[in-house]
Write a protein that binds this ligand. Structure first.
Ligand code: SF4
Length: 279
């Protein structure tokens, strides 16, 4: 992370951080800080530091809420979106950003994810997706590809994986996108769009976990895993200019779905106002 961002947005007394060398979590945390900085510094955007709340659950990635120096809360496993929903309801003016892992948001927290998406709660969820439970020793998560090896799947995982961005979109999210840790500039821009979106926004950021996922699945070093992202995850403009046959096996980095459904807390406030008027 550039030193300007470190001194402006990190709790220096919490360093050094616990993440392994080569882990993608630091890159995603930096992307979130950079996106926030660019929005705060833009006089045309109505975003300020005091109105930002960072909420996380449990897992390697969820440590980011402690490292970032905002109003922040590190909650219980799988419940980050539930806590964030309460915070948004209590004060709808806040920009509530959830930092969560693939296990945290799509396994134990899967129910909270789909219902926040369905309601179009005005939250931004950044999923640090490393395809495994890193903190607890490498168990398979809902995004571990089938056939891949994990501590709890020594002969290969037979579950089919979730695509978190498509899951959110299918559940009714009004903004769903995919980023990664190789395409830093594109991912910062996507996170900026997500934070500014009024309804529920989700960015599924493909991370790298060289320690558990990479090592168990012979993916090479962190650099090799980044090289794979460079070659297989393709930003929007290039993706759509590629011939159909070249897109096979590649994934798009960018906004996957977008609409302007009414935001939940605004609709709720209208109901309350109408009820009070009637009384
Ligand atoms: S176990 Fe994996 S996800 Fe956790 S800090 Fe290490 S590299 Fe990162």
């Amino acid at each position: 992370m550039p030193s300007e961002l470190i001194h402006r947005y990190m709790r220096i007394d919490h360093l050094p951080q616990i993440w392994c060398p080569g882990c993608g979590n630091g890159t995603i945390m930096r992307d979130v800080a950079a996106a926030i900085q660019e929005l705060i510094d833009d006089p045309e955007k109505d975003i300020n530091r005091d109105n930002i709340v960072i909420v996380s659950g449990i897992g390697c990635s969820s440590r980011a809420a402690g490292y970032l120096d905002f109003n922040s809360i590190h909650t219980t496993h799988g419940r980050a979106i539930a806590f964030a929903t309460g915070i948004k309801f209590a004060n709808p003016k806040l920009n509530v950003i959830v930092l969560t892992g693939d296990g945290d948001c799509s396994a134990i927290g899967g129910n909270h994810l789909i219902h926040a998406a369905r309601r179009n709660m005005g939250l931004t969820v950044i999923a640090f997706n490393n395809n495994i439970y890193g903190m607890t020793g490498g168990q398979y998560s809902p995004t571990t590809p089938d056939g891949d090896v994990a501590t709890t799947a020594p002969f290969g995982n037979v579950d089919r994986p979730f695509d978190i961005a498509n899951l959110a979109s299918g559940a009714g999210a009004s903004f769903s996108a995919r980023g990664d840790v190789y395409h830093v500039r594109e991912t910062i821009d996507i996170i900026k769009e997500a934070i500014q979106h009024k309804g529920f926004s989700l960015v599924d950021v493909y991370s790298v976990c060289p320690t558990y996922y990479g090592r168990k699945n012979h993916k090479g070093s962190a650099v090799d895993m980044l090289r794979w992202q460079k070659e297989n995850l393709i930003p929007t403009a290039r993706y759509y200019s590629m011939p159909e046959e070249e897109r096979a096996g590649k994934k798009l980095i960018g906004i996957l779905s977008y609409n302007d459904y009414p935001e939940y807390t605004e609709e709720y406030a209208k109901l309350v106002k109408a009820y009070r008027k009637k009384k």
